[in-house]
Write a protein that binds this ligand. Structure first.
Ligand SMILES: Nc1nc2c(ncn2[C@@H]2O[C@H](COP(=O)(O)OP(=O)(O)OP(=O)(O)O)[C@@H](O)[C@H]2O)c(=O)[nH]1
Ligand SMILES: [Zn+2]
Length: 340
């Protein structure tokens, strides 16, 4: 039995404005399994069956339920997804309705502007507020220089240097995970995500049982993914959250590199590669010092990666569509043979 109000669970005007038909009840998805989803509502925990594939739901989603079934998924405030691996390039839905993406990096060799920017792109594309959490501040003589460097990447981000092993210091993160607000943490292995999560939730066992999908794509997640924080908010921790590839995030790139993309509009050729073309606005801005060369290089790299992954995604979709048509065609033929 929980004692949460809808607001405790993260319900807000954004969701109540959506149509809630009589006889259906809003619930928040805490974990997604192959054949069912776990959800929380003010009257407790529920195991729900889904009419659509459970792959179309993510932890953090708000759904309307009736008679133990998901009737509808409410429009999401934010959605974090990642590109599929290998042949299957379809994005996987990772977490929904996350207000803040905590981008965790440590104040040492892990600190890398290109990696931070990649996560900023993901946050911008998902619609989340980016919060750069710089761990291991206790191991550096001047952790604030990392904060300053991170702040230079975007005027919209907040960066804080923190000792993740000091629960008092970690309380500074409460502002992003209280009053029903949801935080998700991303970052390389060993930067302190588990340490932070445990400090914020007081929950040592929360990751136990969470495992990556295995090579055959089987869901082996056995634990909940939406975890209550001591401050009265939520942390979403799913295996897939931890390393994110760029697929289908051109809006995120455009947001983080808005100044560069605006300038590129002024190139003489609309398909300018910004290399040797005449009339290239990017080359001109680099020459005059308006743009920083390193940042432009990082932008081009992210664009190239995004384009490549999105093309693979488009090919997969086309292949599936082709396969679907083939199956439909075969079935129609069968039917007409039978009927004649
Ligand atoms: N001194 C110090 N140690 C830290 C800090 N943050 C994390 N550590 C240590 O770094 C190690 C790795 O931390 P984890 O929390 O397991 O890192 P993680 O990001 O969860 O790693 P994965 O589970 O591999 O993704 C642990 O031994 C932590 O105690 C910090 O701010 N200061
Ligand atoms: Zn150009």
């Amino acid at each position: 039995m929980t004692n949460y109000t809808l607001a405790d669970l993260g319900w807000s005007a954004f969701f109540s404005r959506q149509d809630v038909p009589d006889g259906t009840y809003p619930m928040r998805i805490s974990s997604v399994h192959r054949d069912r989803v776990e959800a929380i509502s003010p009257d407790g925990q529920h195991s729900l069956i889904t009419a659509q594939s459970s792959g179309q739901l993510a932890p953090g989603d708000w759904v309307l339920a009736a008679d133990g079934q998901v009737v509808e998924v409410l429009e999401r405030k934010t959605l974090l997804k990642r590109g599929g691996a290998g042949n299957d390039a379809r994005p996987q839905l990772l977490a929904a309705n996350v207000e803040t993406l905590g981008i965790v990096s440590s104040c040492n060799a892990d600190f890398n502007l290109a990696r931070l920017e990649r996560y900023l792109v993901i946050a911008a594309d998902a619609g989340c507020l980016p919060l750069v959490i710089l761990t291991k501040a206790d191991m550096d003589s001047d952790p604030h220089r990392f904060e300053k460097e991170a702040h230079r990447l975007s005027p919209l981000l907040t960066a804080i240097a923190i000792d993740a092993t000091d629960p008092e210091d970690v309380k500074r993160l409460n502002a992003w995970c209280r009053n029903g607000e949801t935080l998700a943490l991303v970052g390389s292995s060993g930067v302190g995500k588990t340490t932070l999560r445990n400090a914020l939730t007081g929950d040592e066992a929360a990751t136990q049982g969470i495992r990556e999908d295995d090579a055959k794509g089987r869901h082996t997640t056995t634990s909940r993914a939406l975890v209550r924080t001591k401050a009265g908010g939520w942390i979403i921790d799913t295996p897939g959250m931890r390393s994110l590839a760029l697929t289908d995030v051109s809006d995120g790139i455009a947001a983080v590199f808005e100044d560069i993309e605006d300038l590129a509009e002024g190139c003489r050729f609309s398909d300018c590669a910004h290399e040797t073309e005449p009339g290239c606005a990017i080359t001109a801005a680099l020459k005059s010092g308006v743009l920083d060369e390193d940042r432009v290089r990082r932008w081009r790299k992210l664009k190239a990666e995004e384009t490549h992954n999105s093309e693979t995604l488009a090919q997969t979709r086309a292949r599936e569509k082709g396969f679907g048509k083939m199956v439909k065609g075969a079935m129609a033929r069968k039917r007409s043979e039978r009927d004649h």
